[in-house]
Design a binder for this molecule. Structure first.
Ligand SMILES: Nc1ncnc2c1ncn2[C@@H]1O[C@H](COP(=O)(O)OP(=O)(O)OP(=O)(O)O)[C@@H](O)[C@H]1O
Ligand SMILES: Nc1ncnc2c1ncn2[C@@H]1O[C@H](COP(=O)(O)OP(=O)(O)OP(=O)(O)O)[C@@H](O)[C@H]1O
Ligand SMILES: [Mg+2]
Ligand SMILES: [Mg+2]
Lengths: 157, 158, 158, 157
């Protein structure tokens, strides 16, 4: 319906700008309607300007900057309507240490309403997890799962 | 609503029945290259109804069935089950695929069609949730979705 | 033959003339997200003759020229130079692009066409070397090249 | 010419199998001609079987396994005919610690004949480097380069 789309859009647009500024520590960004007069059909566009930089084609952003901009958008959606669960397969692979920390701070807030399943090779991400499963192939070609206890966060499977 | 556990049986590199219990909060999955972590992600996409095998890194549907190892023979079928908890209720969905090409879909205690599972997921407000499953390398693509696709995300949230 | 140094001027996020001296062995380039590391990779591809702007993550050729920052105005042109050492000889190739769309190619002391640079690179046995420049995410694609493309790699080595 | 193609192919094929076994600590792999009778036109195919696994479609390999298989092939080419230089932009992003070590051992051998320029966020890769440049954006939007001295490996720009 047109009313709820426009209400959702306005809140998510606001969330997106706020999240972008947190993840980039500044800068400007916008979620905008391509045809504001045609609310029923209009597409959406993202504009992103990291701090100190000029607004450029999104393609020119770096790998890490694209990931952060995507996360700002995704988290904006979650803050409006949390998804029950979310799966991330190595989203931290292209992020530097400082950006991983900012990413993890977001997860810390959002995890109250959303279950996160994160595949990772990164130790900081593992520290932030409430539970850790290890997958191994002790018998070649056969995956087995085992739970891992975390120091100070003893958990059972 | 939350996902309580997944059961993988004969799915890709998981020949033995494997239960993955999920908890509130953040669950991390770790392990060396090639051990099967992304296969778990594929199993979630598949049980939620993914129809395009190339989105699961395969070419034929048979690629989803455990194809054998140096110590185990290939299997003839695969099954993935997911248990959701909603208030006091438990909802079970499962999907099976056989080497002869037959597919089965299960909702709670009975066989059903894929459509019935999709309808149930929509009721649970998890329709179109594939947007929230991000395989390796796919998170960056969120910003480069077509304008109409980005709009869809807002519509689903509304 | 080895690459002695690169000079970037006005290329993407490098407005000031920047010299990157390369040494024998392994040179690592590090820094936070977005600081300009992959832009250096783009500059090597570009000076070696890359013609498709989308392979440099751009949409228009102008995307290669420094577009300004909060403290500096956009520039009107970009230039990338590469110095190669071959025994006692130094070979210089450079490429310029102007906002009005003009391109210049330079080989040692004189202007030339892109073709002359490509011929020189072939002579130095660095033709088709783009195969050995792997941008972010592209190494995996080596195994999924078409059979005829994989053959090309063997032919170039032969 | 047909003779040199077939000589190059046979050596590279042998190198590829040897490299694969080193990077995967075992397993089987093959670089094969799709039409062995048509040496002038035939395409090439790669088959890869990590240890203990059955031969499967390359697409089913994991992110890290695809990277390693690609590296086995690339290094096979370099061992036959070294490239003067090679640029890697975050190729280690999808590799686990053990595989990064195997990758670095290869670089250690190959760097005698090939200059490597490697963009990385990984500390082990940085330790293996002979020179390190840092890129920073102290002035927002403007990239600057500085050389970094390594303990025990003092270098100047
Ligand atoms: N049908 C199948 N039968 C048996 N093994 C399979 C099947 N499909 C895939 N595999 C195996 O699963 C492995 C890949 O697993 P997966 O992609 O989950 O790894 P991963 O843990 O995500 O690794 P990475 O850290 O490199 O991303 C491959 O080695 C492949 O051989
Ligand atoms: N023409 C241009 N003028 C000014 N800045 C530009 C231009 N083209 C690209 N940039 C900037 O360069 C930055 C991207 O640089 P680059 O891709 O090299 O980052 P990176 O160091 O590789 O980061 P990552 O570690 O995330 O991959 C972007 O922020 C973009 O704004
Ligand atoms: Mg994976
Ligand atoms: Mg980069």
């Amino acid at each position: 319906s047109r009313v709820s789309f426009s209400e959702a859009f306005n809140t998510i647009k606001e969330n997106f700008l706020k999240n972008f500024k947190i993840l980039f520590e500044g800068g400007e960004a916008e979620l905008c309607l391509m045809e504001p007069d045609d609310l029923l059909e209009t597409g959406l566009e993202i504009k992103a300007q990291p701090p100190g930089k000029r607004l450029l084609n999104l393609k020119l952003l770096s790998g890490g900057e694209k990931t952060l901009t995507s996360l700002a958008f995704l988290f904006a959606l979650f803050e409006y309507k949390p998804s029950p669960f979310c799966v991330f397969d190595e989203v931290d692979a292209s992020l530097d240490e400082a950006n991983i920390q900012r990413f993890l701070k977001f997860l810390h807030k959002l995890k109250e309403k959303t279950q996160f399943l994160i595949i990772t090779h990164n130790f900081k991400t593992m520290e932030e997890a409430d539970y850790i499963y290890g997958i191994s192939m002790n018998e070649p070609g056969i995956s087995t799962i085992y739970s891992m206890k975390m120091t100070g966060k003893e958990k059972e499977t | 609503i939350y996902l309580d556990r997944l059961e993988l049986h004969g799915f890709k590199s998981f020949p033995d029945k494997t239960v993955i219990k999920l908890h509130q909060g953040i669950t991390a999955v770790i392990g060396p290259n090639g051990c099967g972590k992304s296969n778990i992600v594929d199993s979630v996409l598949w049980v939620m109804g993914e129809q395009k095998i190339k989105n699961l890194r395969g070419e034929n549907n048979e690629d989803l069935i455990f194809n054998g190892s140096s110590s185990k023979k290939p299997l003839g079928m695969t099954e993935v089950g997911a248990y959701f908890s909603k208030e006091d209720e438990e909802i079970y969905i499962a999907r099976r695929f056989f080497r002869d090409g037959e597919s089965k879909y299960i909702l709670n205690e009975r066989f059903c069609r894929n459509k019935d599972i999709q309808d149930m997921l929509f009721q649970l407000r998890m329709g179109g949730t594939n947007y929230f499953i991000f395989e390796q390398g796919s998170i960056e693509k969120l910003v480069s979705l077509k304008p109409s696709e980005k709009r869809m995300l807002i519509e689903e949230a509304a």
